[in-house]
Design a protein around this ligand. Sequence first.
Ligand SMILES: C[S@@+](CC[C@H](N)C(=O)[O-])C[C@H]1O[C@@H](n2cnc3c(N)ncnc32)[C@H](O)[C@@H]1O
Length: 190
Amino acid sequence: MIEIVESEVKEFDTIKWANIFTGVERNRFLKASGEHYRLLIYLAHQIENGVLYDVGTLRGASAIALASNPSNDVVSWDIDESLRKKAKYAYPSPPGMGNIEFRIKSIFDEPAWIYDIADIICLDVAPHDGIKERQFMAILEQSNFEGLLICDDIRNRRFPEMSKWWDEIDRPKKIIPYAHCSGTGIVSYE
Ligand SMILES: C[S@@+](CC[C@H](N)C(=O)[O-])C[C@H]1O[C@@H](n2cnc3c(N)ncnc32)[C@H](O)[C@@H]1O
C-alpha cells in the first residue's frame, strides 16, 4: 500500500486548490479533517502519470483534489450534473486542470476492464447503503485492478450498512481518522 504519513498529509500545502473555491468549500480543502480532500491531494502527489477515478462527482471537489497533480489523468462519473450546471460548471475549470474527464453516466454502466489501468478509485456514491459499494467491489473482482479503493462514511451512524460492508472486506484495509469525519476507508488491491 502507498505509505500514508499522517504528518505529511496534515502539512501538505493545499492552498493552491483551496483557492479554486470560496467559503465553506475552501475551508474543506484547508482542514486536515472534516472532509477527505487534503488526503486525496496528498495521494495524488504520491503517483506520477497515473489514472485516478472519481466515482460521484457532485460539484467536482473530489475530482479537483484527485486532479491536483497534472501528471495524472482523472475520470469523474455522475448520473446527475445538475449541481455542476447550477454552478455554471465553475468547478473545475481553472487553468491547468484540463486533466479531468467528466462522464455523465452511471458507474455501473462501465465495463470491469476500465479498472485494469486505475491507480486510485475514490468511491463516493450517494446514498451510502452498502449495496452499491458491494456491487462495485464485485465488479472490481472481475478486473485486474491493483490500486487503492477509497471510500467515505464508513463509520457514519446514519449509514449502518456501510460499517457492515466495511467489516466484511477481506483485503488489507485501514480507516484514516484524519480525513472525512465519518471515517475514510482505504482498501488495498495491490
Ligand atoms: C456524496 S456525492 C459525491 C461527492 C464528491 N465525491 C465530493 O467529495 O466532492 C455522491 C454523488 O454520487 C452520485 N451517484 C449516485 N449513483 C451514482 C452512479 N450509479 N454512478 C455515478 N454517480 C452516482 C450522485 O448523483 C451524487 O452526486
